[in-house]
Design a protein around this ligand. Structure first.
Ligand SMILES: Nc1ncnc2c1ncn2[C@@H]1O[C@H](COP(=O)(O)OP(=O)(O)O)[C@@H](O)[C@H]1O
Ligand SMILES: O=C(CO)[C@@H](O)[C@H](O)COP(=O)(O)O
Length: 469
């Protein structure tokens, strides 16, 4: 790197941790990085995210000209008229607002009306349902809410000290923003929040700066974590991204909006002015870590076990709804294991069933994206569990298409950095950063392709038997 090179930083404030990548603004090459953990709860004081951001950026922002924040989507951050927190934030994976979601969908015309109004049929993850829960369960707190923000909005606000702002991508996950008309649906928000009308962040254009830090670093609009990952990877036609973090997400970039009254595909906006149809499960990497914990092995040994079992885990099928589920919408569900026999009840088969079960849920999302016009030529695998050897080996079998794993691994933070570089350059398009592919796995053929189809069918049959969906 020469003295003339400009540096930009990207922050990924996701469910489990904050990661920061400092990149060369011209090439995207990572020059420094930082990380700090978050509490393992679904209700979090936003000051914890600020501490993590401060700690993860500590000592690595020297020479940085611009910074962007990407955050876990949907979380409800409530601020009073003095700028203080009204209550801890409720995260996307907090399911207490499931009944509020059902009520809202019923009261305001049903799933089709919601999908057309805001791109998605709200489930417990969406901010609008959390506000409804707050209005019904903590009305005094609801009365004190002056501003509602998303996690990335709040962190951006703290960085600039200016007016609250957001972007179209993250706003599209609130349930009170139309990604087609690019306006807030304050009528839906007002209905959900008992007639209250809190201030909402101004929606910036994709490359519009949010302001500056007190140290003079330009701050970009920021976005949701999945939108930032899409920006980092530059997913093109035929590319579908599968992210395996706390959530499992499957998404593609599209020029046209998705409207899915079945509620499987959320019709989000992306961070560039286009759309990001996406299906999200509540149970991804933690299915593997919880299974490894139960087997009392580390992740490397877990991979070895899963890979030493035959495809299909000798008949074991895991529905991995360990924290409830969002797609399908089963917030009160628990996990179920089918097909146990004395002969197949081995750690190897259990590890394999965990990987297959997690991936089969996402394969159903992939099929739903296809039904909404997304072409699937290859899957780009990202997120913490994309590092797993067993996931890499089993993903092509379950998805039935080639799978690539891009490098380096923190795509959300890199996407936020790319947005920061774009805001700094004020160019019509984001800077062209290359995505290097670390691993390319071919589509399965012959018997492996057949097994993939059988696995998906077995998973769907188990789901229908228990939950009738
Ligand atoms: N090799 C691996 N195998 C399985 N899971 C892994 C592996 N490496 C990391 N993980 C898991 O990935 C998760 C973190 O992924 P990440 O995408 O950072 O999550 P989030 O964005 O939700 O905070 C953790 O649960 C971690 O245990
Ligand atoms: O709710 C969604 C997408 O709609 C989740 O994808 C969150 O955005 C959290 O992401 P991770 O922390 O699991 O990466």
């Amino acid at each position: 790197m020469s003295d003339n090179d400009v540096l930009v930083a990207g922050v990924d404030s996701s469910t489990q941790s904050t990661k920061v990548m400092v990149c060369d603004a011209r090439t995207g090459a990572v020059v420094r990085s930082g990380r700090a953990e978050h509490p393992d709860t679904t209700e979090v004081e936003p000051s914890e995210w600020w501490s993590a951001l401060t700690s993860a950026t500590g000592g690595i922002l020297d020479g940085v000209a611009a910074i962007g924040v990407a955050g876990q989507q949907h979380g409800m951050v409530t601020v009073d008229d003095r700028g203080e927190m009204v209550r801890p934030a409720l995260l996307w994976n907090d399911t207490r607002s499931a009944t509020a979601a059902t009520d809202l969908v019923d009261e305001l015309g049903g799933p089709q009306v919601w999908a057309e109004a805001v791109g998605s049929v709200p489930v417990a993850s969406f901010t609008v349902t959390k506000l409804r829960w707050l209005a019904e369960n903590e009305p005094d707190a609801a009365d004190r809410v002056a501003k509602v923000m998303l996690p990335h909005d709040w962190l951006t606000w703290r960085l600039t000290g200016g007016e609250p702002v957001t972007d179209r991508g993250d706003a599209s996950g609130t349930g009170y923003f139309s990604p087609v008309k690019n306006v807030y649906r304050t009528d839906l928000l007002g209905h959900a929040f008992g007639g209250r009308s809190p201030e909402l962040p101004r929606v910036l254009r994709p490359s519009e700066p949010a302001g500056h830090t007190s140290g003079g670093i330009l701050v970009s609009a920021g976005t949701g974590d999945n939108m930032a990952a899409a920006l980092a990877i530059n997913a093109g036609g035929g590319d579908v991204v599968v992210s395996l973090g706390t959530s499992g997400t499957v998404f593609g970039v599209s020029e046209s909006p998705a409207t899915d009254p079945a509620g499987i595909v959320a019709g989000f906006a992306d961070a560039t002015g286009r759309y990001l149809p996406l299906a999200c499960t509540l149970n991804a990497a933690r299915v593997l870590t919880a299974t490894a914990g139960m087997l009392d092995v580390g992740l490397a040994e877990f991979d070895r076990l899963a890979l030493s079992a035959a495809a299909g885990a000798d008949g074991l099928t895991l529905l991995p709804y360990l924290d409830g589920e969002r797609t399908p919408n089963l917030p009160a569900a628990a996990g179920s294991l089918f097909g146990l026999r004395r002969a197949n009840m081995t750690p190897e088969n259990l590890a394999r069933a965990a990987v297959e079960g997690m991936l089969c849920g996402l394969a159903a999302g992939l099929d739903a994206l296809r039904e909404h016009g997304i072409m699937v030529r290859r899957v780009l695998l990202i997120g913490g569990a994309a590092q797993s050897e067993s996931v890499r080996a089993i993903a092509p079998i379950v998805f039935g298409v080639p799978v690539s794993v891009p490098r380096p691994r923190e795509h959300v933070a890199i996407g936020a950095a790319r947005q920061a570089a774009w805001a700094l350059a004020q160019a019509p398009e984001p800077p062209s950063w290359e995505t290097e592919i670390a691993v390319r796995l071919p589509a399965p053929s012959g018997a492996a392709a057949e097994i993939g189809g059988q696995l998906r069918a077995r998973h769907a049959e188990a789901r229908r038997r228990v939950y009738d969906v």
